[in-house]
Design a protein around this ligand. Structure first.
Ligand code: GLY
Length: 399
């Protein structure tokens, strides 16, 4: 009952709380009140702080009974829990989240040197990077620059790209579309170390991905295997998607986000066009309720699990994309698409309620691997909060 009262307040507040001062009636107003949604998210994670066992393990996904599945710091998701806490600090200004964020960073001791996969950006930039962004405390800088140096070691000039994984025997040099997300760390580390090589690697990775990872309609392949001698692409396949030829929802969201950040960092039109292409096909193919199924081509649609994480990642990316594109039509189009995704997520269908932990239900981690299907997964919360913060900033700018 309490939950539904809360939800009513969220809706009522949202319906009369559009971006103040925005004369343009074409701008879609959120159906929720961002402040009430922030309060709800903080309540959910306050419960996590209260109930989390005293351990170095890190929340990854939540069981329906309200307990978290905890993982080691080497997991690709280990940066998201600290990142969620730091985003709550940025959204609320409440010191308890800063204290909790600092404590969570201690769980990532030495992770900046873990070099066995490409996920160094996810682990370090979303955790320490968020801490630095929201506190400006320069003591976080060395960890992040060390992480950039580690990521750099995974690049081979012959392929022109950063290797994603080391443990799949069927591939020589696998590179997944998700890897675009790690470029943010490299661009940042290049600026802070003066190491121009890092920037060149990030640009080379994006150029090769743009050339090989996309189909003509701007949908993406999940995995490309490069030949370590010639640098040629050996095959284009999937690991987490439905089929080699399908559009895996989260992979496509990573592509939108990755090319948007690369366009921001380079100012290049071709990267911006790629981000727009990736976004347009994602948006065109969304189902009626606005939240993608785990794969846009999954054979059992509409009886397939959703992936709320893909919606949250795309929403956050689209808010940034709306600020990079020229022309008010595209600016409004991408901003409205982001708000529509958030509106779809900020509903009783997708919001968790205690004893469920976290914020967003209905994400799918790895359907073909029969893992994390239709669950609450922490990276959905991270990008949802990032999107909420970006939306609030955008609203402030246009007030
Ligand atoms: N980067 C792994 C995933 O998106 O599942």
């Amino acid at each position: 009952m309490k939950y539904f009262t809360f939800f009513l307040i969220l809706l009522l507040a949202g319906s009369c709380a559009g971006p103040a001062g925005e004369a343009d009636s074409q701008v879609l107003k959120p159906s929720f009140d961002p402040d009430s949604l922030t309060e709800f998210a903080a309540q959910q994670y306050a419960k996590t702080l209260e109930t989390l066992p005293d351990t170095n393990r890190i929340p990854r996904n939540a069981h329906p009974d309200g307990t978290w599945n905890l993982v080691k710091k080497g997991s690709w998701v280990s940066g998201f829990y600290p990142g969620v806490l730091w985003h709550l600090y940025a959204l609320t200004g409440d010191e308890q989240w800063k204290t909790a964020g600092e404590a969570a960073l201690l769980k990532l001791d030495s992770v900046q040197f873990f070099d066995y996969d490409h996920d160094i950006g996810f682990r370090i930039f979303n955790s320490f990077g968020s801490a630095l962004r929201f506190t400006k405390d320069s003591s976080y800088v060395p960890v992040i620059t060390d992480a950039g140096r580690t990521l750099k070691t995974r690049y081979r000039p012959v392929t022109g790209v950063i290797r994603s994984w080391d443990w799949h025997d069927q591939w020589q040099y696998p590179v997944i579309i998700d890897n675009m997300m790690n470029l943010e760390l490299l661009f940042w580390a290049a600026k802070h170390t003066g190491d121009e090589e890092m920037r060149k690697i990030a640009v080379s990775h994006a150029e090769h991905t743009m050339e090989h990872h996309f189909r003509d309609d701007y949908s993406t392949y999940h995995v490309l295997d490069y030949d370590t001698l010639s640098g040629a692409v050996r095959e284009k396949v999937t690991f987490q998607g439905y089929a080699d030829s399908s559009m895996w929802a989260r992979g496509q969201a990573w592509a939108i986000y990755g090319f948007t950040l690369t366009a921001r960092e380079t100012g290049r039109e071709d990267f911006l066009k790629q981000a727009m292409g990736a976004a347009d096909i994602f948006l065109t193919k969304l189902p009626e309720d606005g939240v993608p199924y785990w794969d846009f081509d999954a054979p059992g649609i509409p009886n397939e699990p959703k992936d709320a994480s893909a919606a949250a990642i795309a929403a956050s990316a689209l808010l940034e994309l709306s600020q990079l594109v020229e022309g008010s039509d595209d600016q409004i189009r991408y901003r409205n698409a982001a708000v529509a995704l958030l509106n779809a997520l900020a509903t009783p269908e997708y919001l968790a309620r205690l004893p469920q932990q976290g914020i967003l239900l209905h994400s799918t981690g790895h359907k073909p691997g029969n893992s994390e299907i239709d669950e609450h997964i922490i990276y959905a919360d991270y990008y949802f909060l990032e999107a909420l913060l970006r939306l609030k900033d955008l609203q402030k700018q246009t007030e």
